[in-house]
Ligand binder design. Structure first.
Ligand code: SAM
Length: 283
C-alpha cells in the first residue's frame, strides 16, 4: 500500500517511523511519504491560510497550495486508469501505483464520517491513501469539490470532538489500517480475536502470575479445557460489551448469535425481538 500524508507539521507524523508501522515501512510493506504543504506555496512567507469570507473567528486554509500538493502526489504515482506511465517509473523514482480506482483522499474533519474498524478494513483494501491534514478552521471547501474529481474523497472524523489538526487522525487511521495489511502483525490470529472484529469488545486478558496482589486469574482460563475457555471468553465479551457499549449489542445480527449467546444476553437484559437485539422489556 502507498500512503501520502500532507501537513504543515510533517514532524508531527514522525511516530510513523516507530513500532509495527515503522517496521512495515522498512520491510517495504508500506510505502509511506510525508509532505510539507508549505513546499507548495509560491510567496515569500509560504502562506497557507487567509481570513474567512463572511467573517468569523479563525483562518481558513487556501485551496491552491492544497491543489498543488495533491497534483504532485498524483503526478508521482502516475495515472490511476489501469495504465502505468509510459516508462513504468513514477516521477519521484518510486513504484507507480497501478489501479483502476483513483487514490482515496482522506480529509480528517470533525464533520466527517466516524472512523471505525469496518472503515479500517475497507481502507486496508485500497492501494493508495492520501491524507490532507487540515489546521485552523479547515480547508476552503472548493478544494474538496475540485479533489472529488480526481480522488475518491472521504471526509473522516475520529469522533465527536474537535482536535487542533488532522495529524492525530492520520496517526490513528494509519495505525488501524496498517496493522490489517498482510505481514504487518506477526500473528494474524491476534486480528481475529480482538475488539470490534465480530461486533463485540474483546474479553479481559491476563498473564502470569496467576495470583497478583490477592487477585486470581479466572479459574476457567487455568483449566486447559479449550471449549470451556472459548465459552468463558465469549460470555465475557457479551458481559463487557453490554456494560460498556450497549449500542454495539443493539447492532448485533441475531442470525450470528448462538442459543447460548441469546441466553447470556437475556441474563444481561437484552432479547431478540423482530430480528433485532433490544433491551428486554422486563415484563
Ligand atoms: N472548524 C472546524 C469544524 O468545526 O468542523 C474544526 C477545525 S479543527 C480546529 C482543525 C482541523 O483539525 C480540521 O480541519 C481537521 O483536519 C482536524 N480535526 C479536528 N477534529 C477532528 C476530528 N474529530 N476528527 C478528525 N479530524 C479532526
Amino acid at each position: 500500500m502507498r500512503i501520502d500524508a500532507i501537513s504543515i507539521f510533517p514532524e508531527y507524523l514522525a511516530p510513523l517511523e516507530l513500532s509495527l508501522i515503522g517496521k512495515a515501512r522498512q520491510e517495504g510493506l508500506l510505502d509511506l511519504r510525508v509532505h510539507d504543504l508549505r513546499t507548495f506555496t509560491t510567496d515569500r512567507h509560504r502562506t497557507v491560510d487567509d481570513t474567512p469570507y463572511g467573517g468569523g473567528a479563525g483562518m481558513v486554509m487556501k485551496p491552491e497550495p492544497w491543489a498543488q500538493a495533491l497534483e504532485s502526489v498524483l503526478d508521482a504515482v502516475g495515472p490511476s486508469n489501469g495504465h502505468p506511465p509510459a516508462d513504468n517509473a513514477a516521477a519521484d523514482g518510486s513504484s507507480p501505483v497501478q489501479s483502476n480506482r483513483p487514490p482515496t483522499l482522506i480529509v480528517p474533519s470533525p464533520a466527517g464520517e466516524v472512523f471505525d474498524q469496518r472503515m479500517a478494513h475497507e481502507l486496508a483494501s485500497r492501494e493508495h491513501l492520501v491524507f490532507a491534514c487540515g489546521r485552523y478552521e479547515g480547508i476552503d471547501d472548493r478544494l474538496l469539490d475540485w479533489a472529488s474529481g480526481q480522488f475518491d474523497l472521504r471526509p473522516v472524523s475520529l469522533g465527536d470532538y474537535v482536535l487542533n489538526g488532522g495529524e492525530v487522525a492520520v496517526l490513528a487511521i494509519v495505525e488501524a489500517v496498517g496493522r490489517l495489511l498482510p505481514g504487518v502483525v506477526g500473528n494474524p490470529d491476534s486480528l481475529v480475536e480482538e475488539s470490534h472484529a465480530d461486533g463485540l469488545l474483546e474479553y479481559p486478558v491476563y498473564t502470569k502470575p496467576s495470583n497478583w496482589r490477592g487477585r486470581d486469574v479466572p479459574e476457567a482460563l487455568l483449566s486447559g479445557n479449550h471449549a470451556g475457555i472459548a465459552r468463558y471468553r465469549r460470555e465475557q465479551q457479551l458481559i463487557r460489551t453490554a456494560a460498556r457499549r450497549p449500542d454495539l449489542i443493539a447492532r448485533l445480527d441475531p442470525d450470528a448469535l448462538t442459543g447460548v449467546d441469546v441466553d447470556a444476553l437475556l441474563q444481561l437484559g437484552f432479547e431478540v425481538q423482530s430480528g433485532r437485539v433490544v433491551r428486554a422489556s422486563g415484563d
